[in-house]
Design a protein around this ligand. Structure first.
Ligand SMILES: *[C@@H]1O[C@H](CO)[C@@H](O)[C@H](O)[C@H]1NC(C)=O
Ligand SMILES: *[C@@H]1O[C@H](CO)[C@@H](O)[C@H](O)[C@H]1NC(C)=O
Ligand SMILES: *[C@@H]1O[C@H](CO)[C@@H](O)[C@H](O)[C@H]1NC(C)=O
Ligand SMILES: *[C@@H]1O[C@H](CO)[C@@H](O)[C@H](O)[C@H]1NC(C)=O
Ligand SMILES: *[C@@H]1O[C@H](CO)[C@@H](O)[C@H](O)[C@H]1NC(C)=O
Ligand SMILES: *[C@@H]1O[C@H](CO)[C@@H](O)[C@H](O)[C@H]1NC(C)=O
Ligand SMILES: *[C@@H]1O[C@H](CO)[C@@H](O)[C@H](O)[C@H]1NC(C)=O
Length: 821
């Protein structure tokens, strides 16, 4: 087996595993999916019987720790969808034959810790997990219906009154695909018939809850049988009683097994003499992992645990001590060469009371990859104490858990971590960490768990940009700023649960972030722009926050894809406003009460339809009143107004002979003479006209330039004739004076008649641009509009008060409206 097997099966060091809340699992197959909606927990309710008013659609029911003496037909017959029933510690003495008649969906049944005197009749064909242990039947003889339980995967049986097992007793289990099997009730067994276990062909994990003291021949027979079934892991629960003189070697059958790879010794006395025997046998067996859980360790040998040199290599890779009480109240003496442990990859010493690391033992193990020292009494100097040379310390260590200890100085720890050359993850949760000095983390450390330490908002400054996974749950953080997060470009997992963060800043920038936990904080709403800088986010846990159910939560409630939220919907409730307090966000979403008001789309739709109607009406009126023309005029006027300020002083600071120079074609002279000149000169403007004012003998272009330069503005009267006869001079002029453009407001264009742009020669670039952009005044045919035309033109030439023109435009439009209505 590869070393990774153990790193997968040992949960305590598995970083960052997200567990579903109440799924009942059998191996990796989901058996029942108990959600809060379909589950009922009635444990510890002082009930005398199963209540008759349970909802019919219940799938998961917990009735443990009540006082229910029997289960009969009427009790459960309405619960036809029942999948999971646990009814332990109830003093049940009797289960009737038809008790589960209507519960054919039942897959998990736990009736352990009761007073059943016979194995009940349970013809439940879907049953996957059945626990009948700790009852009072006097025989392990299983009834025939077990033959029909062809899905039974996990079965527990045990009674202190049953003291013998025969092949026939367990024969009905032969059809079951039994993988997990728990046998016994912490009592001694008188008789075991060889082959009883061996007939359970598919066993993988077995727990033997049998006391052995004198009867080791039974233990050896059982082990041999289990090895025949190719059982992989064996748990020995309550193996030895406190007082027991062990003669011989109880474990000498272990080296003969071929398939058992994991052994756990649990809830038992363990004398150092026995421990040595056990380890010597394990050394020669195929066992890869040995675990001692909750043992009382008694040093009955003068030199403590003295493990002699071995000449064979061992398969052992993982050693776990999880909960050790020292009978002598002293440090255990260990005399064992590190060389013997050279294959070890996983080591756990948890709950052992360790306060200093044994000198040069653990730290020198060359292949050790995972070390779990959680739940001890270690502190900074107890772990890094003087006996170390600090050279070659933990050469292969990748994961180190120091949680539930007494470590305190983060800066010190960060420096010491440099000595562990390949360490990638460090767990410092549940310590007494304080932040004093700057930290310097090595770049190989990418995961840090600081949860449950009192650190505060500044903690981010003491972390490393190389971190990918950071757990800061319950560390007293109240504020996160978005730039703080962007200092961790590699961050994939950030856990901030159980803090007092009031809001997640918008536009956090963490492109690699996959998982963000902000549940159990003080967040009132989550806006859509929070997620914009988190393109990779797959999981957002944000439940149990005091959400305010108003428009701020609108996006979160309606638009956010809830597959992102593992804790949706049950952990999301409104805390304000008062009328909504306690309502789940999901209900709030469905009720639509306040939300209708917030729906931006709806508002927009209403507004839009109003606008459309208004615009249509106005459009019709405008069309009737030549609104297009007015519009253009208005537009020109606005542009004039905008530019005016720029050139406001030009007229003041320069001296001009004329307000305007008018350039036009001979063919349009009638209009110019009869309309334009009188209108402008009549209002006190001086005008330059080439017929009248050009100096004789000069080339026309020079004349134009002179005239333009001595005029404040130049008016072009555009017509088809003008374009044909005059414009080429101006193109030339514009080419010479690049500084002046047609858009310059020194030039004023009057369009006397429509000029199709496409009819113009291609070389008239300026003119084409000009006409496309419609930056001209259009001469109207309608007398009404002519007034407006003149006032616009005058305003362009003067620095007159523009409000007059605006008033004029308004008046003209009004007149038109009235004449239409
Ligand atoms: C950090 O440590 C705590 C306590 O030991 C544990 O519950 C949590 O799962 C760890 N965090 C991660 C991300 O593994
Ligand atoms: C359970 O109920 C029985 C009567 O039904 C009573 O005699 C007994 O004392 C109760 N046990 C407990 C632990 O409450
Ligand atoms: C049944 O319930 C007991 C008591 O709660 C528990 O220890 C045991 O693990 C349960 N059995 C199974 C198979 O889950
Ligand atoms: C097992 O199932 C068969 C067929 O469904 C049935 O005839 C038989 O009575 C069942 N046996 C028991 C002991 O329930
Ligand atoms: C352990 O050793 C003590 C003596 O120190 C003895 O009394 C006891 O029976 C032994 N127990 C086991 C389980 O070996
Ligand atoms: C450890 O055991 C070896 C023999 O395996 C022995 O020589 C040595 O003295 C022991 N050390 C201690 C400190 O007891
Ligand atoms: C939500 O996201 C999941 C997975 O990313 C996708 O399959 C699902 O279609 C999405 N649902 C909606 C309503 O967009």
């Amino acid at each position: 087996m590869p070393a990774t097997l153990w790193t997968i099966t040992l949960p305590s060091l598995l970083f960052f595993v997200v567990r579903p809340t109440v799924l009942v699992k059998d191996g990796n197959v989901q058996v029942c999916s108990c959600t809060r909606k379909n589950s009922k927990d009635l444990s510890n309710h002082n009930l005398k019987r199963i209540p008759s008013d349970l909802p019919d659609d219940i799938e998961c029911l917990d009735m443990s720790h009540n006082n229910i003496s029997n289960i009969v037909h009427g009790d459960l017959n309405r619960l036809t969808q029942l999948c999971f029933l646990t009814i332990t510690h109830c003093g049940i003495q009797f289960i009737s034959h038809d008790a589960f008649y209507n519960n054919q969906e039942l897959r998990v049944l736990n009736v352990s810790y009761n007073q059943l005197t016979v194995v009940p009749y349970l013809p439940l064909l879907q049953l996957r997990i059945l626990d009948l242990s700790s009852n009072n039947y006097d025989s392990y003889g299983l009834p025939g219906f077990f033959n029909n339980l062809t899905h039974l995967n996990d079965f527990s049986i045990g009674s202190p009154r049953a003291t013998s097992v025969s092949v026939n007793d367990l024969a009905p289990l032969q059809n079951a695909p039994l993988k997990q099997f728990s046998f016994g009730d912490a009592s001694e067994l008188q008789k075991y018939e060889t082959g009883s276990f061996a007939q359970l062909r598919s066993l993988e994990k077995v727990a033997l809850r049998v006391i052995f003291c004198q009867s080791f021949h039974i233990f050896k027979k059982m082990l041999t049988d289990l090895d025949q079934t190719r059982t992989k892991t064996v748990r020995l629960v309550k193996l030895f009683p406190p007082q027991c003189t062990i003669a011989g070697d109880p474990f000498d059958s272990l080296p003969k097994t071929r398939f058992i790879s994991g052994l756990t010794v649990e809830d038992t006395w363990m004398n150092s003499s026995v421990m040595v025997k056990l380890m010597l046998n394990i050394w020669k067996s195929p066992i890869e992992k040995i675990a001692f859980r909750n043992i009382i360790y008694n040093e009955d040998t003068p030199y403590g645990f003295h493990f002699p040199k071995q000449h064979c290599t061992t398969k052992l890779q993982a050693i776990v001590f999880d909960g050790v009480k020292h009978y002598q109240y002293q440090y255990p003496k260990i005399n064992m060469s590190t060389e013997l442990l050279s294959h070890l990859t996983y080591l756990k010493f948890s709950g052992t009371g360790m306060s200093i690391l044994p000198c040069r033992l653990i730290s020198a193990i060359p292949s050790l990859q995972i070390l779990d020292l959680s739940d001890n009494l270690l502190e900074d100097t107890g772990f890094w104490w003087f006996c170390y040379s600090y050279k070659g310390m933990f050469p292969a260590l990748r994961h180190l858990s120091l949680s539930y200890n007494r470590f305190y100085d983060l800066a010190f720890i960060s420096k010491k971590i440099h000595e562990m050359k390949v360490l990638t993850s460090l767990d410092l949760s549940f310590n007494s960490i304080v932040i004093k000095d700057p930290c310097s983390w090595p770049s190989h450390l990418t995961e840090l768990n600081l949860s449950h330490n009192n650190l505060g908002n500044t903690v981010f400054k003491y972390l490393s940009p190389y971190f990918q996974k950071i757990d800061l749950s319950k560390t007293g953080i109240s504020v996160i700023s978005h730039n703080v997060i962007s200092e961790f470009p590699r961050l994939t997992h950030l856990f901030l649960s159980f803090n007092s963060i009031r809001s997640i800043p918008s536009y956090l920038h963490a492109p690699a972030l996959l998982t963000l936990y902000v549940d159990q904080n003080a967040i009132t709403s989550i806006g859509h722009n929070v997620l914009e800088g988190l393109p990779s986010l797959k999981t957002l846990k944000a439940g149990n926050n005091p959400f305010v159910c108003d428009c701020d939560s609108f996006w979160f409630v309606t638009a956010l894809n809830k597959t992102l939220l593992p804790d949706w919907p049950f952990d999301y409730t409104c805390s304000a406003p008062e009328s909504q307090a306690g309502m789940t966000l999901q209900k709030y979403q469905q009720s639509q009460q306040g939300l209708l008001f917030c729906q931006a789309g709806l508002q927009a739709a209403v507004a839009l339809s109003v606008i459309i109607v208004t615009v249509t009406v106005l459009g019709i009126i405008f069309y009737a009143c030549d609104g297009v023309w007015y519009n253009k005029m208005f537009w020109v006027w606005i542009r004039v107004k905008r530019r005016k300020s720029k050139h406001a002083n030009r007229l003041m600071n320069a001296t001009f002979c004329y307000h305007a120079f008018i350039s036009y074609s001979q063919y349009d002279s009638a209009w110019v003479d009869s309309q334009l000149v009188p209108a402008l000169e009549g209002s006190g403007l001086s005008i330059c006209i080439h017929e009248r004012d050009f100096a004789p003998g000069q080339w026309i272009v020079d004349n134009i330039i002179n005239c333009m330069e001595s005029s404040y503005k130049t008016i072009f009267v555009l017509s088809n004739n003008f374009v044909q006869s005059e414009w080429c001079n101006y193109e030339l002029f514009f080419a010479q004076h690049r500084a002046i453009s047609v858009e310059d407001d020194l030039l004023v264009f009057i369009l006397l008649e429509p000029i199709p742009v496409d009819s113009l020669p291609k070389r008239f670039l300026k003119l084409r641009t000009l006409l496309r952009k419609q930056t001209y005044l259009e001469w109207p045919k309608d007398d009404q509009k002519k007034k407006l035309f003149w006032s616009s033109l005058r305003s362009i030439l003067q620095t007159a008060d523009k409000s007059i023109i605006l008033k004029q435009v308004a008046l003209d439009i009004l007149c038109c409206l009235f004449s239409v209505v």
